[in-house]
Design a protein around this ligand. Structure first.
Ligand code: ATP
Length: 331
């Protein structure tokens, strides 16, 4: 079977007009990647690198001024053929959400209606997909909650009555009750303290394994990726610059930016000072020519200032977009 998700040459820009002049923020600029069945694919990169824009575009959860200007996003949930999510009629798209494609967001309050009991959120999002009479549906929800060590009593609670960690567990229950094939998780643990975070990550991993689903997991936190994801893509300034099995990427990063991200991770017993990168990420309204990382790159050469490096597979399953890596220079 092919991949569940195939993104090809995707470009999504924020386009605004100011006195007749078009301004484009190229937040997703020519991204190609695949997410396979039964894997957790991580997406990393610093703030403003375009991670959220990419996943919103993948989920077709975009509105102006963000527009898709090129490329495609194809899902093949059941292995029966891929469909471009942008070609789906509205009714089919709605039938796909929660049932086949679900979303775990950073702020659980975005999903849970603050003025209604949790039960209503389950009914609103999941009931129509289950083809069960209401009592059987609610029993199924309770079983699913129990499986995730949540008391059925949470169904009678209002979101504000639950702790942040508990709310996030409820949103994960909501996102998984229909056993979707594909789950997008956008910084789901960023607002939580470390112990709660560990519990939530363990829950996502366990559910993913049990259901055999695919998860696209987005966070800037490389330590989380090291512990959770199977493969990892690194974004820089709207582009994917490296992708590999997570273990390979940590052992032997090929892109200088990835090497920097890994070096910045704190290590127990290592008191050596951490050196930040010089400079700032570029403006995505006027990115530098050539490789977008070249103004900050310790290995930058003339070619990097002129030519956009293509993504090339330099080791099995390990792709990188870097002129220096192509010439065998290790970061
Ligand atoms: N509505 C908008 N109009 C114009 N530009 C936008 C808009 N929303 C986001 N951007 C720009 O798009 C770029 C990518 O932002 P995005 O939120 O996707 O990055 P991110 O990697 O998810 O960052 P973070 O981790 O901080 O959420 C940024 O330069 C941001 O300023």
């Amino acid at each position: 079977m092919g991949p569940v998700l195939a993104v090809d040459g995707l470009k999504a820009y924020y386009q605004t007009r100011f006195f007749g002049t078009l301004r484009e923020v190229r937040a997703v600029d020519d991204i190609t990647l695949e997410v396979r069945r039964d894997e957790i694919y991580g997406l990393a990169g610093e703030s403003s690198s375009g991670k959220s824009t990419l996943i919103k575009t993948i989920a077709r959860a975009i509105r102006p001024p963000l527009n898709v200007v090129a490329g495609s996003v194809r899902f093949d949930f059941g292995g029966q053929g891929a469909h471009d999510i942008y070609a789906l009629p509205a009714g089919e798209l709605a039938a796909t959400r929660w049932r086949h494609l679900s979303y775990i967001m950073q702020g659980s309050m975005n999903v849970l209606n603050p003025v209604r009991r949790i039960r209503h959120s389950f009914v609103d999002f999941a009931y129509r997909h289950m083809a069960l009479p209401m009592p059987a549906f609610l029993r199924r929800v309770e079983e699913h909650l129990a499986h995730l060590s949540l008391q059925p009593a949470v169904l009678d609670s209002y979101p504000h009555e639950l702790s942040g960690g508990m709310r996030q567990r409820v949103t994960i229950a909501l996102a998984t009750v229909c056993r979707p094939e594909f789950i997008i998780a956008d910084e789901p643990t960023t607002a939580l303290d470390v112990v709660v975070q560990k519990g939530v990550l363990g829950m996502i991993r366990r559910l993913q394994r049990e259901m055999g689903s695919s998860v696209l997991f987005v966070t800037h936190d490389m330590a989380v990726h090291a512990n959770l994801t199977d493969r990892l893509g690194i974004m820089y300034a709207g582009r994917l610059v490296e992708e590999a099995p997570t273990r390979d990427l940590f052992r032997r990063p090929l892109h200088p930016y990835t090497a920097h991200l890994i070096r910045s991770l704190p290590r127990i017993g290592d008191d050596a000072p951490r050196h930040g990168l010089e400079g700032k990420p570029p403006s995505l309204a006027a990115p530098p020519p050539g490789c977008r990382f070249h103004p900050r790159c310790p290995l930058a050469m003339e070619v990097c200032r002129q030519e956009v490096p293509a993504m090339r597979e330099l080791a099995p399953g390990h792709r990188v977009a870097c002129h220096a890596a192509e010439q065998g220079m290790l970061p």
